[in-house]
Design a protein around this ligand. Structure first.
Ligand code: ATP
Length: 239
């Protein structure tokens, strides 16, 4: 068994009176792609934001390679290599593609390796090379998502957390994004993927967790969840 990168235990998070997470347990091991699926409002984004330190849990623990993260500031969590690619991508529209990518490496000082990683990211996303000096705001939705993923890679992530990378994209572009996620896995990058697009997510995932109103109701290998009657009925119906 590979080393545990992330371990979440009994995680509870509330927005005032609204209990968004009601005791979540999950783990991610080195090199795995783990998918969190569930309907709108299940608590998927809340989970990622809490791991990133943007929200403070009411209860429970989060450990990164055996070290507690729960009371750490977000910038400190980023510097440990937990990289969050947020829903809506959050590229800086008035900055160039180049600057957005370099922003991903802001915690690093190894100039030569940063340049090498930039070359690798541009090889993976040729369109970003073409648009290197363009303002990021002028890219299409799919290209902005690639930029957000590329920016995450520039941080040399220990674990990459992707929040709904397929949201709002055309079907053909969604296919491309999932190819990229498969590619991250092949490169040995550990990925925690949040998706409403359950079928595609489970296809690329080693394991998955199904979230319903703040609780994990099922967890299994991606392949078994894809075959499971419960998942099929609730999430794969029309997709
Ligand atoms: P989505 O796909 O819509 O992002 P999700 O599974 O990521 O869904 P969350 O966004 O984590 O779900 O929301 C979980 C619950 O917390 C929902 O009931 C939501 O209404 C509530 N919630 C989320 N953000 C806030 C907030 N800032 N203030 C109050 N309630 C919130």
């Amino acid at each position: 068994m590979m080393e545990k990168v992330l371990q979440v235990k009994n995680l509870k998070v509330a927005y005032g009176p609204i209990k968004a997470l009601k005791g979540i347990d999950l783990e991610v091991r080195q090199g795995e792609t783990v998918a969190i699926i569930g309907a709108n409002g299940a608590g998927k984004s809340t989970l990622l934001k809490t791991i990133s330190g943007l929200l403070k849990p009411a209860e429970g623990t989060i450990e990164f390679r055996g070290q507690p993260l729960t009371s750490m500031a977000p910038h400190h969590i980023v510097s440990k290599g937990l990289i969050h690619v947020p829903e809506g991508r959050a590229v800086l529209g008035r900055m160039t593609v180049e600057d957005n990518l370099l922003m991903g490496a802001y915690c690093r000082k190894d100039e030569k390796e940063i340049q090498e990683d930039l070359e690798k990211v541009l090889a993976l996303f040729p369109i970003l090379k073409e648009r290197f000096k363009f303002q990021a705001g002028n890219l299409s939705g799919g290209q902005q998502q690639m930029l957000a993923i590329g920016r995450g890679m520039m941080a040399r992530p220990q674990i990459m957390m992707l929040d709904e990378p397929s949201l709002g994209l055309a079907p053909i572009v969604i296919k491309e994004i999932f190819e990229i996620i498969k590619n991250l896995r092949d490169k040995g990058i550990t990925v925690l993927l949040v998706e409403q697009n359950a079928k595609q997510a489970l296809k690329v995932a080693d394991r998955g967790y199904v979230l319903e109103t703040g609780r994990v109701v099922l967890s299994d290998s991606g392949a078994n969840l894809l075959r499971s009657e419960e998942v099929t009925r609730a999430y794969l119906g029309e997709r």
